[in-house]
Design a protein. Structure first.
Length: 385
């Protein structure tokens, strides 16, 4: 790349939101550059690690159920195009407590928009999935068409597909813009000067670092621990398709089956402490491991003493309520802020890319007020999971 270059759109951040945005913009004919400080799927990113659940269930939030459905279609089309099987249709199992309204609302929404699901009694769960412990579980719901995305490689696949279609890629860090009004250019740490008609900052946990005055109180990166546990030699009962990903919403926990021999994955879906994606140490805590082991003993009791095979520290970048941020910067008329994945955003990357591309094209159709900057408060009241 030259020291000074001009594009229709410069996308900063090659995570799942930025990569899909660059890909969709290029497919619409735009000249696009995609810039990332550490590289697509890197270990500091919120789009890293090996796997993510993709499920349609979102309680009463029909907007995200429809988005997940559309996104799954686009993920599958991309994987077919690049000939990489990075989606496993394992189904996703919701484990419902008696006093938990979220799975009930999820079932109502899925039925409303004709997404297949199956309700299971505890007897049916035990017969179909005898590995799963049912302490405090009253019933379950299976989404048969949902499953697992191989996250790190999926982000890389989108990025490489974008490059193959003509997106230019630059690994560099971008400095905070200082002008106001219409942004003329951005500068990188290595001295590149990049001019574009529009700029998309899809930087995940780095958004509040690049725009601290605007976003430091609106997007909060939190430290999240993930654990993998080894399964018995020769035992396939904890691998897909024998075991699907499961979500225990009431207990704030989820798990994935053994995929590609990495072991089962379990995490607690609760916001951790504030975290810096650049300088934060990514070493798990004994307290985090102890809590996850309790969950493991409760939900997969045969593995209660299983060894840890891998452990990761990633981060969520949370908005006040869990809704995405996709809006113009209030001080620039050509700078788009795209982020706030809030721990559930990965699956929606294709929809986010389509949405941002439509906004840059000037379309007013389908604008979602819940994605606006004005809707993001400084006080956290998580409502979207």
């Amino acid at each position: 790349m030259q020291a000074s270059s001009t594009y229709d759109v410069a996308v900063v951040g090659a995570g799942v939101f930025g990569a899909w945005t660059a890909y969709q913009l290029r497919r619409s004919g735009k000249r696009v550059v995609l810039i990332d400080a550490y590289g697509p799927g890197n270990s500091r990113s919120s789009s890293g690690d090996e796997s993510r659940i993709i499920r349609m269930g979102y309680g009463a939030d029909e907007i995200y159920a429809r988005s997940a459905l559309r996104s799954l279609q686009l993920w599958r089309e991309l994987f077919a195009r690049v000939d990489q099987p990075l989606f496993h249709q394992t189904g996703v199992l919701w484990l419902a407590h008696e006093d938990d309204p979220y799975p009930l609302k999820t079932a109502e929404t899925l039925q409303k928009i004709a997404i297949p699901f199956e309700k299971l009694t505890t007897a049916e769960i035990s017969q179909r999935y005898p590995q799963i412990g049912l302490e405090r579980i009253s019933w379950a719901m299976l989404e048969p068409n949902s499953g697992v995305l191989l996250a790190r490689r999926a982000v890389q696949a989108v990025t490489f597909a974008a490059i193959k279609t003509g997106v230019e890629y630059l690994q560099d860090s971008v400095k905070t813009p200082t002008a106001t009004g219409k942004l003329d250019h951005i500068e990188t740490a290595s001295g590149n000067r990049i001019s574009a008609g529009n700029y998309v900052f899809a930087c995940g946990p780095w958004l509040p670092k690049i725009f601290p005055d605007l976003l430091a109180d609106r997007i909060h990166p939190t430290r999240q621990e993930v654990f993998y546990f080894g399964t018995p030699a020769g035992d396939r009962s904890f691998a897909a398709p024998a075991l699907p990903p499961w979500i225990d919403f009431k207990d704030e926990a989820y798990g994935l089956p053994d995929l590609e021999g990495r072991g089962i994955k379990i995490a607690v879906d609760r916001h951790g402490s504030e975290f810096d994606p650049d300088s934060g140490d990514r070493v798990v805590t004994s307290e985090g491991l102890a809590e996850v082991r309790q969950c493991l003993a409760r939900r997969l009791p045969a593995l209660k003493d299983a060894p840890v095979t891998e452990a990761r520290v990633c981060q969520y970048e949370n908005t006040s309520n869990g809704d995405f941020l996709i809006d113009l910067h209030p001080e620039f008329d050509n700078v788009w802020l795209v982020g706030g994945g809030s721990g559930h955003g990965f699956k929606h990357g294709p929809m986010v890319g389509e949405y941002v591309a439509a906004r840059i094209e000037g379309s007013k159709e389908g604008i979602e007020p819940r994605f606006s900057l004005a809707s993001k408060a400084s006080e956290h009241r998580r409502a979207v999971y």
